[in-house]
Each structure stands twice: as C-alpha cells, then as structure tokens.
Design a protein around this ligand. Sequence first.
Ligand code: C2O
Ligand code: CU
Length: 466
Amino acid sequence: MPVISRRTFLQGSAALGGAFALGAGMAARAGTAPDPQILMAQLAEAQIAKDGLTPKVMTYGLGEAPSTGMPPVLRMRKGEPYAARLFNRLDEPTTVHWHGLRIANAMDGVPELTQPYVYPGDRFDYVFTPPDAGTFWYHPHCNTLTQMGAGLTGMIVVENPDDPTFDAEIVLNLRDWRLGTGGAFIDAFKPRDAARGGTYGTVRTANWQQEPTYDAPAGGLVRVRIAATDVTRIYTIGLEGAEAKVIALDGNPVDKPFALDRYDFGPGQRVDLVVRMPDGEGQTVALGNLRGSHPWTIARFRSAGASLKRDLRDVGPLPANPIAEADLSTATRVPLELTATAEHKATPSICGSLGYTFWAINKVPWPGDTPDPIAPIEEMKLGKSYVLEVANRTPHAHPIHLHGLSFRILNSNKRTFLPPPTDTILLLPDEQAEVALVADNPGDWVVHCHIIEHQKTGMTGYFKVV
Ligand code: C2O
Ligand code: CU
C-alpha cells in the first residue's frame, strides 16, 4: 500500500496510487496566483469495510477524476497562496471549513457567518495562504452531522520547506461509520446519546479501511500524520512493535519531541509521530486505540527492504509556527462555561437542525446555523490578548475548537502536560483550564464542541474580532 517517500513526492510523481499521492495544489509559488484545485463535493460508492460493504458516501473528488470515495489529501505550502474551487454536486447546501488554518475570515466556510451557502450546482472559490505548517483537515460546516458522517472529512498537509526529511510519510484519517447490516447508513444519532458522550459509529476505519497495513522502509524514520475526523470518538493511541516520538500536536510542533506512550485526542485533533520502523523485513508495528476495555488495532506498518538503520534520537523539534504569545499582564479575561441545558425544540435550519438542544456555552444554547439573534460571546479587539477561563461543568469530555485563532493552554486542574498552541482543547469531565490567545485575525470566529452532536445541539458560539 502507498507510502510516499518524500523524495518521490518532491519529484512530483503522479503515478503513485492511493490517497497520499495526490499532490493537490502543491505547485503554487509565492506571489503567483495558483490555479484552483477543483474540489467536487459529490456522492460516490466507497468500499469501506473488509466485509465488502459499499455504502454510498459523500466525498470530495479532484476535478472530473473518478472518485475513490475518500477525500484527497490536500497539500499546501506554508506561506504560499492556495486556491480551491468547490463545486457542489450534492443535493443539499454545503461549504468547506479548513480546520486549524488561520486564514481570512471570508474563507472560513461558516454559512451565514462568513460566507453564503453553496447550493447544489453552485460553486465557491477559496483562496488563502496558510501561515502555519503541519497536519490539518477540511470538512463542511453545513448539515455537518449528516455530511461529515457520510464521508466529508479530508486531510490537509501544509508543508514547510524547512522541515526535516523523513524516510516516508503516512497520513491516517481516523473515523467511524454508522452502517447497518447490508452497508446502508443508519440514523446519524440517538438523542439520548447526543445528550451524553455522543453516538458512536458501527464500523471503525483508518483511511476508509479496517485495520489497513502500510509498508514503510525497514529501520526508517516515518512521519505519521494522524487526524481524528470522526464526529464522536475520542482516541487513546499507543504503539506496539516500535518506538515513536510525538513531534507535533494539532499542527504545532512540540518543543521537545517525546516518546509516545499513550496519548488522548478527540474529534478535530491531530497527532504527528515519527515511528522508527523495525530492522527486520516484514516485521509489523501496530497502532492501537487503547481507550476503553477493548483495545483494538487502528492500522499496521510493515517493514520493507533492507534496514536504513536510522536513530530515533536524531529526531529533533520541527521549526515552530509563527503564533503570537499573549501578553498576560494586559489580557482581558473571558469566561467560557460549558453546561448541559434544558431541552428545547431547536429551530429548523438550512444546514440541518437535529431538532433538540442539550448543551450551552455561557448558558446560551446556539439555536441553529445562523448567528441571528445570538450575540458574540465576546467582542475582541484586534491585536489584544485574551485569557479564556474555560470550565467544563459536565461529566463528559468536549473537544472545544476555535476557528481562525490559535491558543495556548496555560493551566488546568486536570493535566500536567501542556501541549503547544492549538485550535482544539480536549476538555476532560469537570476540567477547568485557562487558555490564552492574541486576537490577531479579524472576523467572526466560531467556537464549538467537535463532537458534532454537541455542536449541533447547542454547544456553539462565536467571537467577533474587530
Ligand atoms: Cu472542524 Cu467548526 O470545525
Ligand atoms: Cu461536546
């Protein structure tokens, strides 16, 4: 199965199979207007599970090329303009949100708040310059439980020419599917689960496959870029059969790469590992989900060829992204309280209401997809520093995602390890944390839980930066 060595990739080979080989939009050079990558939101038949289910999924295809059923990995370069033209060939409105990219508000993909709905048959041009390198992803921001549940979750790699070179790269898009016997989609959620931890899928996949195996150079250092794009599942990953270092979290390099033991990350989050492959040809490494009482294998890596004899100790930190440090002495403090809420009937919406509210931010349950009549949680002054006092007053974990701005976790009553700046914090049950940011990107930035049932049943709000 496909593994791209960086060298092959840089030679621009288009002949490699699989989703990793799609060098979409990588050719743009700074200053030149790039040709847009044509992204077709469409229905396709996908071979999801090993039992041969072929559900009709929603996906993105590149231009008129036949779709594999899996959204392509989009490759961009830090600091270089990128363009994508979305064509909507679904039978409902959609948009694209570029999760974790700190780009202009008008490109952020939130209908009503930042752009119009892209109706069936319509198109929308996205043009932006990613300021940060790392592992990100893209998905719609309309009828998200249905659309993402049906397959619209793709990975983004933002390359940095100054990144160290690894012997291979594997991109893993982790998600589940709610499929019944026979392979058809079943109800996207159960209200009683939406009011708790969320509704789980029935089929677990990495890159739309159950327990796929990827070949990688024996004795090599392999960069594995992982994203949890599932609408519900929180993962605890661990590795068996090899050692690995964590080099980046949520797109941002860790100061000191550390050995992977087990690591928790929730919907929306990413982990970049460097795995030192075993020396012996054919030896396998298992990436597992250790969460819960029944650990299972997510994917396997198999050593191929003669050992490259690389040393994990040679892996140093990646170059940092240009994220401003908040000035804590002048920062304004803003509470952000997550609670359950009394159940109401939610207002219908073009982008699909689930019909309920169960959750709220600062006691206000988001009523639908439009900001009206909801006021921003806070109006922030452009360039000023803020400390958000985040309090999870529920017995459930919530991966809280902020668009357009990255923040740093300053402290927490539940954790000792403080990750690098991030766009998503996995708040543990009853966790209270302070996070700091500089409001350096103007516009309306949504903040919401990335357990999509929670997002859609009230746990959403936005900041206005002016
Ligand atoms: Cu990953 Cu509001 O999005
Ligand atoms: Cu949540």
